[in-house]
Ligand binder design. Structure first.
Ligand code: ATR
Length: 267
């Protein structure tokens, strides 16, 4: 029985054990997958104990993704550019760090929702860790333009500069969002946690695909998208399952059927 798990704080709400157990059943892998609550100041120690027990790998969620980056001994390009790790594969003494968040989002958009991002105009709201984690895989889809709008404009400008080698990006303040429609808007702010939707020009949503990285709740962003004629509104449940699938494949080289798991969770 191969041992895996997910570290976070809080962790009780995590759907990862359910998702990975279904993947394992589908692919005939024998795995044990547990939720591990790490103390805020002791992630590395708890992770090392898990490694010493012979674990094969683990996921890392809020707030330990940067600490997981520091723990990893090798980093994929996704992990390097994200500056954060959500998946570690244990290979002898090596801890291979990967970040599957962006791949998860892109796979949900392109495969599950059938959205072609090539040559499209994308607008991301927010310039924190969540945005940094999704930029490289989004830019690899070669959008016409990827705009980052943030409450603190300088953070959006800096982030866009960091990724300029990978595609056409620009950053600005939320107040500079134009009233012209874009193809896809992604909400990567944590404003919903305060029950808020950033105050931006509403015409940008007209006919747009509006995607919230959050899942399990109708967010103020989703309400705003509906009120402003969005073409499609999606939450981040598909991304959650797809990022898990990319982690599962990284560990086991097996590709699970994500659609079945998404349908199960929605039910
Ligand atoms: P995460 O890891 O979830 O990205 P983060 O790094 O703390 O968390 O980033 C939170 C993002 O949400 C930031 O872009 C933040 O804007 P600032 O950079 O100006 O702080 C954005 N955010 C949080 N609350 C917001 C609000 N009420 N309105 C607009 N943006 C908000």
């Amino acid at each position: 029985m191969n041992r895996y798990g997910v570290f976070g704080n809080p962790i009780e709400h995590s759907l990862s054990p359910i998702i990975h157990t279904q993947f394992a059943q589908q692919t005939g892998c024998e795995i044990e997958y547990e939720k591990i609550l790490a103390p805020l100041d002791d992630f590395a120690k708890i992770a090392q104990e898990f490694i010493d027990k012979g674990a094969k790998g683990f996921n890392i969620t809020v707030p330990f993704k940067i600490e997981a980056f520091n723990l990893a001994t090798q980093h994929s390009l996704n992990a390097q550019t994200a500056g954060a790790v959500n998946t570690i594969k244990i290979n002898g003494n090596e801890l291979m760090g990967e970040n599957t968040d962006g791949i998860g989002l892109v796979n949900d958009l392109t495969k599950n929702l059938n959205i072609d991002l090539n040559n499209k105009t994308l607008l991301i709201l927010g310039a924190g860790g969540a945005t940094r984690g999704i930029l490289l895989p989004l830019l690899k889809q070669q959008p016409r333009r990827l705009m980052i709008a943030n409450r603190t404009a300088s953070k959006a400008v800096d982030l866009a500069k960091d990724f300029s080698a990978y595609g056409k990006t620009c950053g600005f303040g939320l107040d500079k969002v134009k009233n012209d429609p874009v193809d896809v808007i992604i909400n990567a702010t944590s404003a919903s946690l305060d029950g808020k939707m950033p105050d931006i020009a509403s015409g940008v949503a007209n006919g747009a695909i509006c995607y919230d990285l959050m899942y399990g709740v109708q967010t103020p962003f989703m309400d705003w998208a509906k009120a402003n004629n969005a073409k499609m509104i999606a939450d981040g449940l598909g991304m959650l399952v797809e990022q898990a699938a990319a982690a599962f494949e990284f560990w086991t080289s097996k590709q699970p059927d994500t659609q079945a798991v998404i349908q199960n969770l929605r039910r």
